[in-house]
Write a new protein. Structure first.
Length: 289
């Protein structure tokens, strides 16, 4: 690495696998936390909190489960569930009386994450990289203080299974993909998020905060960040942001075995290939006139 190198042109302005720089258990937002400005519509916030409880690991939830997870009183949860059911955002199984996301919720999610053509192109490029390097390749975006996984691809000869799939999350400050995405944010937005992280009760923050700043600097220097057995001896990880014009950035990650991926290969091959995919995706997004 060469200190002082200018920022690369492409960088603009709940998994169970543990803290190896790719994904970790992710804490929920503390109950009662309010957004800046105080302009909160309580029923809307509560309704969205209920929808946010449904994940790939918890596709079916009952009234009491949701009440316990969100801190919302059970009678209020029941009223909100009935409203979401009537509007088509939830489906209820009459036998178990549990709820799951319905078409209206899924349509909102798909509309929000990215252009379908962009995701299709990303999937093609990710599969090429995964197959050529025997690695696991991921695409994500930011959702508050998490990285939300949008797509995953794995090479046919890859010898690892991270059990990550679309819809799963990793904490933005405990993952290499999170650090890479932070590096692509405007200074004011990144400073706000880092301030939020620093204010949260976390005995590990002094160490994690220092590592976060180190990796943000690495991404801004090289265009990508790397971990080679630093948190998990068997895993080598690379991540690169995908800044998009007038849209929230995406982030790419690539994971393989340290036994097969020397650190020099991360810097000379995998990192630049992720950057090239990022440039390809960026080039496919039309710039508003």
């Amino acid at each position: 690495m060469q200190p002082g190198r200018s920022l690369p042109t492409h960088v603009d302005a709940r998994s169970d696998n543990g803290p190896h720089g790719l994904d970790t258990a992710w804490p929920k937002m503390p109950r009662g936390e309010r957004a800046p400005g105080g302009a909160m519509v309580t029923p809307l916030v509560r309704g969205l909190s209920i929808l946010a409880e449904f994940t790939p690991d918890k596709p079916w939830l009952g009234n009491l489960e949701i009440a316990q997870a969100t801190g919302i009183p059970a009678p209020t949860v029941l009223r909100l569930l009935k409203s979401l059911l009537a509007l088509g955002y939830l489906h209820q199984d009459k036998a178990s009386r549990k709820y799951s996301l319905a078409a209206a919720s899924l349509a909102l999610g798909y509309a929000a994450i990215a252009d379908p053509d962009l995701l299709r192109l990303a999937g093609i490029e990710m599969q090429k990289l995964a197959q050529a390097t025997d690695t696991y390749v991921l695409l994500g975006t930011r959702d508050r203080l998490d990285i939300l996984i949008l797509d995953t691809r794995i090479g046919s000869r890859a010898v690892l299974d991270l059990r990550l799939r679309p819809g799963m999350r990793m904490h933005i400050a405990y993952s290499l993909m999170g650090w890479a995405l932070l590096a692509a944010l405007p200074d004011s937005e990144r400073a706000y998020l880092l301030g939020e992280l620093e204010r949260r009760p976390d005995d590990n923050w002094p160490t994690i905060g220092r590592r976060t700043h180190e990796k943000i600097a690495q991404v801004r220097e090289l265009g990508f960040g790397m971990l080679h057995g630093e948190w998990e001896p068997e895993l080598a990880c690379v991540a690169a942001p995908v800044p998009l014009p007038d849209r929230p950035p995406l982030v790419l990650g690539c994971v393989g075995r340290t036994a097969r991926l020397a650190q020099a290969r991360l810097e000379r091959e995998l990192g630049p290939r992720l950057v090239a995919i990022a440039e390809t995706l960026r080039g496919r997004v039309p710039v508003p006139v």
